[in-house]
Ligand binder design. Structure first.
Ligand SMILES: [Zn+2]
Length: 78
């Protein structure tokens, strides 16, 4: 089991997600992100805007995913 925060995943708060795989954590981050989007939280909207720009950049999203997975791999096992 490993933990990553919303901030570490390109979000905008210190909420922690935990899971055994990166995909599990990414899933929680995604659902948290859509909750924040529904609430109209400005900091998360800004973070999402940056993510959208990344998706429109050639290879941007792949690079981002690779970095986040490496960060996940580097986390201590809890
Ligand atoms: Zn957050």
């Amino acid at each position: 089991m490993k933990k990553m925060t919303c901030n570490e995943l390109g979000g905008a708060c210190d909420l922690e997600f935990s899971g055994n795989t990166f995909d599990e954590i990414a899933e929680q981050s995604k659902s948290h992100g859509s909750d924040m989007f529904k609430n109209g939280d400005p900091a998360h909207l800004e973070a999402m805007h940056k993510m959208r720009e990344l998706m429109h950049t050639e290879g941007g999203l792949e690079k981002w995913m690779k970095e986040k997975k490496e960060l996940f791999e580097a986390k201590p096992e809890l």
